[in-house]
Write a protein that binds this ligand. Structure first.
Ligand code: UDP
Length: 239
């Protein structure tokens, strides 16, 4: 018998930087295509998938490029960067035969449709991938928080935080050879050990909503599918 996936509806958070590949900025074609191949693999399992993508590969509100700028203005630029990434990702999915819809938290009606929760739920039920663009729509927040917020809103069973590191470690694995990866860890323990899982607002929201987080590597081939199958991949942060 075919093994069943561990989840039915998930929210995947991709950082903007994950799209850069080895480039210094922007969107690397081969990288985005590989990510879409990972998405296709889990879509084939019948997973309902929503994605929040960051904008750090194009613009970050607190980066040197924004130095001297009004913070809220810089943050709006960051949110617009996530719209560009969302469009690129949705287009790459379209080319791979995956139907996707981009919904924006900021009204840009000529470019993408606005975020309307019942519509997003309808798309998910229809099997379409929904890409939530423009973060939360508010400055002073991050796309991690948007992922937690939208994940809670759509009733996702888990937030999958895709990073370049394959989980949460006891110390920085790049600096400390004794660092060990946690297979699972509770929100409370992650907090008391001051481990970086998601930013504080996102972390608090997930904890409050009893929404588990899985931190895993998007650069590791096949990792997304193993996460979906409930295998020991990355770190599961739970209540
Ligand atoms: N941003 C924001 N509000 C949000 C989401 C994002 O102001 O709800 C801005 C913020 O300036 C941030 C930038 O958009 O630096 C890009 O988002 P993020 O840093 O989360 O992207 P990632 O690190 O995942 O690429």
């Amino acid at each position: 018998m075919l093994k069943k996936s561990a989840y039915k509806r998930v929210l995947l958070k991709l950082s903007g930087e994950a799209l850069m590949g080895d480039d210094a900025y922007g969107i690397n074609r081969a990288t985005i295509e590989r990510m879409v191949a990972d998405v296709a693999e889990i879509k084939a399992l019948g997973i309902e998938l929503a994605i929040v993508i960051g904008g750090g590969n194009i613009f970050r509100g607190v980066a040197p490029g924004a130095e001297g700028m009004d913070r809220a203005t810089a943050d709006y630029m960051g949110m617009l960067a996530t719209v560009m990434n969302s469009l690129a990702l949705a287009d790459a999915m379209r080319q791979a035969g995956i139907t996707a819809r981009v919904m924006s938290a900021i009204a840009i009606d000529q470019v993408v449709e606005p975020y309307v929760r019942p519509k997003a739920l309808q798309y998910l039920e229809e099997g379409k991938v929904v890409v939530f663009a423009a973060g939360t729509g508010n400055p002073f927040f991050t796309t991690d928080t948007a992922a937690a917020l939208r994940g809670a809103e759509i009733g996702a069973e888990i937030v999958l935080k895709a990073t370049k590191v394959d989980g949460v470690y006891s110390a920085d694995p790049n600096k400390d050879s004794n660092a060990v990866r946690y297979s699972t860890i509770s929100f409370d323990e992650a907090l008391s050990r001051q481990l970086q899982v998601m930013d504080a607002t996102a972390f608090a929201l997930c904890r409050d909503r009893n929404l588990p987080i899985k931190v895993f590597s998007i650069v590791k081939p096949g990792a997304l599918k193993r996460v979906i199958m409930g295998e020991d991949e990355g770190t599961l942060v739970h209540v």
